[in-house]
Design a protein around this ligand. Structure first.
Ligand code: TRP
Length: 347
């Protein structure tokens, strides 16, 4: 049995961070560069909560609960493997926080159906999922649930991808509406923290790295998987002979070197050489491969180590979830009170 050490919530008045992931698959390099790396840094200066958003994942995966259940552990392993430290960050499971569901039901009364329909994130996701007219109501309403997640933890800062910005906007709208009605700030507004690097394209050069597109490199990828992915990378289709001048823009080899190679000076030299001609794709791909092996090697090792002791991970999740249960229940109590809802003894 390994001892469980988890974050102490009482000591700090640090700014609160809440963010989450839908556990629908293991996390990949896009998550790492866009978000996980920042979370590892922020846990030293902020009170950080990570939500394994299995309830939200069900809004478009109700047909496959097994997938969601299995990936709760996978994503938790990813968090720990990249350096999320459970003595600094609280990891918690959404579906075990009933106050979030209750707040969601309440918030749905402070948002209109047409406002939900106008949310650009939702519109895009409906398209991408090909729901047509058969949109699960839970999916349509998940922005209210995400507002519940964020406000229940009294988050100051919410690190999310650019695509999530409209959800943060909608969260603050709901908070303002409720605050306005009750005449005081019972709910805290938050700020989105959007990564500078933007989105990591897939190895095929398509706009977004995504497991479902088959263009992703998972954090737990084996050296063989890394090799295969890197060698399939989209480069410059017009760079036929080594001696030809090549294009750097939109060339995934350089996109990945920019994102992951710590030696920026050498990368700039390589770019100049490639543009002049005389530098082959193979040399560059080998470099990407070695940079990624260096980054992912230790992550994979830690992940494999941790995966041998799932009970340790479950204990952490249980502890984190218990702590979060108290915090979220507190907010629910405050909202009920502020709205003047029924309590036993009230008239
Ligand atoms: N919607 C987020 C995603 O798809 C996951 C999420 C759920 C979340 N609840 C959250 C993100 C609260 C930030 C804050 O990745």
């Amino acid at each position: 049995m390994t001892a469980v050490m988890t974050a102490n919530t009482q000591t700090n008045k640090r700014p609160v961070i809440l963010t989450g992931d839908r556990p629908t698959g293991p996390l990949h390099l896009g998550h790492y560069i866009g978000s996980l790396k920042t979370r590892v840094q922020l846990q030293d200066t902020h009170e950080q909560y990570l939500l394994l958003a299995d309830t939200q994942a069900m809004t478009d995966n109700a047909h496959d609960p097994d997938k969601v259940r299995r990936n709760v552990l996978e994503v938790a392993l990813d968090y720990l493997a990249v350096g999320i430290d459970p003595s600094k960050t609280t990891i918690t499971v959404q579906s075990y926080l009933p106050a979030l569901a209750e707040l969601t039901l309440m918030y749905l009364n402070f948002v209109t159906v047409s406002r939900l329909e106008r949310n650009p994130t939702i519109k895009e996701e409906i398209q991408a999922r090909g729901f047509g007219r058969d949109i699960p109501a839970g999916f349509m309403c998940y922005p209210a649930a995400q507002a519940a997640d964020i406000t229940a933890f009294k988050a100051d800062i919410v690190p999310v991808g650019e695509d999530q910005a409209p959800l943060i906007e909608q969260t603050n709208e709901i908070a303002r509406r409720i605050n306005h009605q009750v005449g005081r700030d019972v709910l805290k507004e938050c700020q989105a923290l959007i990564p500078k690097f933007g989105r990591l394209p897939g190895v095929d050069g398509k706009a977004k790295m995504s497991k479902s597109q088959g263009n992703a490199i998972a954090l737990g990828a084996s050296p063989e998987q890394i090799k295969a992915a890197v060698h399939s990378m989209y480069t410059d289709p017009d760079h036929l002979k080594v001696s030809d001048p090549g294009k750097v823009e939109g060339n995934m080899v350089f996109t990945y070197l920019d994102a992951f190679d710590p030696n920026t000076e050498e990368v700039e030299e390589l770019k100049a050489h490639y543009r002049r001609g005389g530098l082959g794709d193979m040399v560059l791909k080998r470099r990407v491969e070695s940079v990624l092996n260096e980054l992912l090697g230790p992550i994979r090792e830690r992940r494999e180590q941790l995966a041998k002791d799932p009970d340790y991970v479950f204990d952490l999740l249980r502890e984190g979830t218990n702590r979060a249960r108290a915090i979220t229940q507190q907010t629910l109590d405050e909202v009920r009170e502020a709205l003047g809802m029924f309590s036993f003894g009230s008239r």
